[in-house]
Design a protein around this ligand. Structure first.
Ligand SMILES: CC(C)(COP(=O)(O)OP(=O)(O)OC[C@H]1O[C@@H](n2cnc3c(N)ncnc32)[C@H](O)[C@@H]1OP(=O)(O)O)[C@@H](O)C(=O)NCCC(=O)NCCS
Length: 165
């Protein structure tokens, strides 16, 4: 295979446990996708906590260290798990990474003893809502006016849940 082939081929991703070295690229991604982003230090402070785990989508077919296509952070305590955050690089949106990260998080939470998983999502977040509904999450609560966008418009946070067993 020529060098050009290496640089032009379509990236492929593995879903792997998030490590310290992933926090910096993950923070860059978080900044792109959230108005109130979490820093490298914030992410590191979370993944060192025993109940918290992270998964990253890391490019597997790169010559040098592959790009971070997305990541998810979750916390599992006793029989309940929650999604703390998830984001995918917009360059790889709608290629299945969000789905794979969520499947991985659900599997890991189950293996840690969780029976159900919770998350919170802005009712205006069409992509995330569609992903969660497709995974089988259902609305179990609502916090009215929880989010506010740049124009001042307020939207509700939906609390969603699904059984893992
Ligand atoms: C939500 C997010 C993680 C989805 O990641 P993704 O990798 O693009 O999603 P996937 O490719 O795995 O999509 C899986 C399914 O989710 C739904 N979906 C994803 N993006 C969608 C969109 N823009 N519009 C409608 N449905 C969408 C579809 O059902 C899709 O299945 P399909 O492609 O077979 O129709 C991504 O859009 C993101 O990072 N958003 C910004 C951060 C964010 O909002 N995080 C969630 C906070 S609660």
């Amino acid at each position: 295979m020529s060098l050009v082939d290496y640089f032009t081929r379509k990236p492929e991703f593995d879903i792997l446990a998030m490590e310290e070295a992933d926090c910096q690229p993950a923070a860059v991604l978080h900044r792109q996708r959230f108005a109130a982003p979490w820093s490298d230090g914030d992410l590191h402070g979370l993944i060192v906590q025993a109940p918290v785990f992270g998964l990253v989508a890391r490019q597997s077919n790169a010559i040098v260290k592959g790009v971070t296509g997305g990541f998810v952070l979750s916390r599992a305590v006793l029989d309940e798990a929650e999604i703390l955050t998830i984001c995918v690089d917009p360059r790889y949106a709608r290629t299945g990474l969000g789905w794979r990260l969520m499947q991985g998080a659900q599997r890991e939470a189950l293996s840690r003893g969780a029976a159900s998983m919770f998350l919170e999502v802005d009712e205006a977040n069409v992509a995330a809502l569609a992903l969660y509904r497709k995974l089988g999450f259902e609305k179990v609560g609502e916090r009215r006016g929880y989010y506010q966008d740049a124009t001042g418009r307020r939207t509700a946070a939906l609390v969603m849940r699904r059984d893992l067993r």
